[in-house]
Structures are given as structure tokens and as C-alpha cells.
Ligand binder design. Structure first.
Ligand SMILES: NC(=O)c1ccc[n+]([C@@H]2O[C@H](COP(=O)([O-])OP(=O)(O)OC[C@H]3O[C@@H](n4cnc5c(N)ncnc54)[C@H](O)[C@@H]3O)[C@@H](O)[C@H]2O)c1
Length: 260
């Protein structure tokens, strides 16, 4: 018996990385999945692999999202889960960002999550209840220089999650996941251009490695399942402990007790 037997799900950004891994895990746990991605061929590829359905759609277009979610619910025979995961990033000084760059990040990462909630809620209610999960980021609570619009959008996703949990309980549970450094297309350039980053995350993360998309997918499956029946409004950090660092006495222990 699977954790998501009988459930039907939309996964945005399902064509790559964390979204693709989640489409696979949800399917393994018994869900029927609609793969949403602005890159239609990648959505189709994943849908073919998992026996799901594919939609080429831009999450930042709320009316297109509504039409696609309606169509997905109709094809799947209802909808009980949406995972709002599609995201994009920018890296620049705030005063040098183009307006178009600012708009793009906020539109995909924040408006896209709202568009998913707006489109899915009527269907999840009609199904008698279910779960909404969205991808925030550790950047939302521990922002770094250069990622202003990204960090702000992800902090907003956590706030939107709390609001939605209050609005839609007890019928719908609403949560977010905040991944740490996960090896995907989005983060590949960091490792390509700065090979020392790999070692930095291995030594700087208590679990001793860079994250993989499946590390997030498993937590999303948990949040969508009945195992998480008393969890709502939360932003679950899944970063191998990376953000535990940074206290005033950080690293002193290792210098006092160097022998481990
Ligand atoms: N990789 C990490 O370390 C990390 C860390 C924290 C948060 N995240 C978040 O995880 C989510 C997934 O990212 P990933 O790392 O798997 O990256 P990825 O690039 O592998 O996948 C992102 C997917 O989203 C799709 N997408 C982008 N814009 C879209 C749009 N407007 N409409 C529909 N689909 C769109 C892309 O085509 C791609 O398939 C994002 O929200 C990202 O911000 C990633």
C-alpha cells in the first residue's frame, strides 16, 4: 500500500530537478500525477516515464494556470494535491537589477505559488480535502548577498503558506519546504564555475554532503500524506543542517576539541 494511494496531484516545475523527483516518488506511492512545466517537452518526458499527464504552462500566468489545473483535474478525475515548486533565480546587486529581472523572479516564485493555490483550492475542496505544498528556500530565512528578489520571494512563500493554512483548514493542509543546497539544473553553475563549492558543502553541512532532489521529494510526499495529518502552516527546512551554522560561537567547539 502506498502513502498516496488514490490521490491525484499537480506538480509544477515537474520537468526537472526537485519537481521531477517528486513526480516519481508520488507515483511510486500510488498517486496519479499531472506534470506542469513551462518547458513542455520536459513535462511530457517525465509524464511518459511515470504514466502521468503533461501540461506546458507558465505558473506566472494565473489564468493559464487555472485553465491547466481545471484540465488536469478533469483528466485525473479530481485533484487532492498541488505542489507549487516551479522557481527561477537571479544573482545581481539590487541597484543593478533590471526591472524585468525583478518582475520575472517575483512573478514565477510568488505569483506562481498564489496562482497554483487559487486554481487548486476549488478542486481540492470538491475532493473532500487534501494538501498544498510549495517550495520556499533557506534563502527566505537566511538570505545571501546577490539574491534579493529570490530571497524576498521565498520569504513571501512562507508567509503565504501560513495565511493559506489559516484560510483552508481543516479541509486543506498547507505547508512549505525550504531546501538547502540541492544538486539540480538551478545550482549546477555554482559547482561548474567554483569547484571548491562541493567541498564547502561537504564539510559545512552536518550530514556531510550536497543534497539530492530525492531528499526534498521524500519530505513533500510525507507532507502530502496522512503521516503529516497534524502538520499545517509550516515551512520545513530540509538542508542537512547547513543553516545551523552562523552562531557567535560557531566552529569554536571544533578548535577546542580537534580530535572529534
Ligand atoms: N536546487 C536548490 O538548491 C534549491 C534550493 C532552494 C530552493 N529551490 C527551489 O526548488 C524549486 C525547484 O528548483 P530546482 O532546483 O529543481 O531547479 P530546476 O531548474 O532543476 O527545475 C525548475 C523547473 O521549473 C520550471 N520552471 C521555471 N519557470 C517556470 C514557469 N514560469 N512555469 C512553469 N515551470 C517553470 C523549469 O522549466 C524547470 O523544469 C524552485 O522553486 C527553487 O527555487 C532549489
Amino acid at each position: 500500500m502506498g502513502l498516496l494511494d488514490g490521490r491525484t496531484a499537480v506538480v509544477t516545475g515537474g520537468g526537472s530537478g526537485i519537481g521531477r523527483a517528486t513526480c516519481r516518488r508520488m507515483t511510486e506511492e500510488g498517486a496519479r500525477v499531472a506534470v506542469f512545466d513551462v518547458d513542455a517537452p520536459s513535462a511530457e518526458q517525465v509524464a511518459k516515464e511515470i504514466g502521468g499527464v503533461a501540461f506546458g504552462v507558465d505558473v506566472g500566468d494565473p489564468d493559464a494556470m487555472k485553465a491547466a489545473v481545471d484540465a488536469a483535474a478533469s483528466e485525473l478525475g479530481g485533484l487532492s494535491i498541488i505542489y507549487n515548486n516551479a522557481g527561477t533565480s537571479a544573482f545581481n546587486r539590487l541597484h543593478e537589477l533590471d526591472v524585468s529581472e525583478w518582475d520575472r523572479v517575483l512573478r514565477v516564485n510568488l505569483t506562481g505559488v498564489w496562482a497554483g493555490i487559487r486554481a487548486a483550492v476549488p478542486h481540492i475542496r470538491a475532493a473532500g480535502g487534501g494538501s498544498i505544498v510549495s517550495t520556499a528556500s533557506i534563502s527566505g530565512t537566511r538570505p545571501a548577498a546577490g539574491e534579493g528578489p529570490y530571497s524576498a520571494s521565498k520569504a513571501a512563500v512562507a508567509a503565504l503558506t501560513a495565511s493559506a493554512a489559516l484560510e483552508y483548514g481543516p479541509t486543506i493542509r498547507v505547508n512549505a519546504v525550504s531546501p538547502g543546497m540541492i544538486r539540480t539544473t538551478m545550482t549546477a553553475p555554482w559547482f561548474e564555475y567554483m569547484p571548491d563549492q562541493e567541498e564547502r558543502f561537504v564539510t559545512g553541512t552536518p550530514v556531510g554532503r550536497v543534497g539530492e532532489p530525492e531528499d526534498i521529494a521524500d519530505v513533500v510526499v510525507f507532507l502530502c500524506s496522512d503521516l503529516a495529518r497534524f502538520v499545517t502552516g509550516q515551512n520545513i527546512v530540509v538542508d542537512g543542517g547547513l543553516t545551523l551554522h552562523g552562531s557567535g560561537v560557531d566552529t569554536i567547539f571544533d578548535r577546542v576539541f580537534p580530535e572529534g
